[in-house]
Design a protein around this ligand. Structure first.
Ligand SMILES: [Zn+2]
Length: 240
């Protein structure tokens, strides 16, 4: 009997296959169902529209912002104008933006009160300073571009241009200045626990998304609108 099934199936198919019959019936059926569904759909839809005279506008899809180009992992920054900078207390040659300088001094005083000796090593740097550092000093050290970029940003791409970044050392351990083992000093431990109270944060912690070498000495001020936008607008545009 199972052998008969294919034949039995084939035979009526052949016989009833009068041109246009099945498709027409199917077509009318489909049309009917569609009309009923459409009518139901319309009446169902019209209700919430009456109840909500001010429907929520369709959200506009945000155009994807163009990410600024990085150079060897560093973001571009503009140079702070000279009249926005001031020396950090007795360090005439180390300047920061006025607000950052004031907070830095307050932070140094607070640390000192707890027996911690924070010293500024480097603050604002012009693009010309950075050119000298990146091209001349690093060439003397025999470093190729990628090696240079691990510890120094190319000119036009250093946070030091903004006047908000400062390299900090421990006055009692100068041998750790600009070294990764600065993170073993009392100064670093104090900064980890207290710098945020003065709106300073570490720019390049371990495994930072920018891929810049760990720099426990390099801190930036993010305590006002301009500094926040300077660092976080650049950053958010770049993170995928
Ligand atoms: Zn630095």
């Amino acid at each position: 009997m199972p052998e008969d099934i294919p034949e039995a199936l084939r035979r009526p198919t052949k016989k009833t296959r009068q041109p246009g019959f099945q498709p027409t019936l199917l077509g009318w059926g489909t049309l009917g169902i569609t009309l009923v569904a459409l009518g139901f759909g319309l009446s169902w839809r019209s209700r919430p529209q009456i109840q909500q005279p001010n429907p929520v506008p369709t959200p506009v899809t945000a155009a994807s912002p163009k990410a600024p180009a990085t150079l060897l992992g560093h973001l571009p920054y503009t140079e702070a104008p000279a009249n926005k900078l001031q020396p950090i207390a007795r360090y005439d040659n180390i300047r920061l933006r006025v607000g950052a300088a004031q907070q830095f001094q307050a932070m140094v005083a607070a640390a000192q009160a707890e027996g911690i000796n924070l010293v500024p090593i480097s603050g604002f740097r012009s693009i010309a300073d950075q050119k000298y550092l990146f091209f001349d000093v690093k060439a003397e050290r025999g470093q190729v571009a990628t090696q240079r970029a691990q510890t120094s940003a190319p000119p036009g791409h250093s946070e030091h241009h903004t006047g908000y970044a400062v390299d900090i050392g421990d006055g009692t351990q100068p041998e750790t200045h600009l070294q990764s083992n600065f993170d073993t000093t009392p100064a670093f431990n104090w900064l980890q626990a207290n710098a945020a109270r003065f709106s300073f944060e570490l720019s390049f912690p371990k495994n930072n998304p920018q891929g810049v070498s760990y720099e426990p000495w390099h801190w930036r001020f993010v305590g006002d609108q301009d500094s926040l936008e300077t660092f976080y607008k650049a950053k958010s545009l770049n993170n995928k």
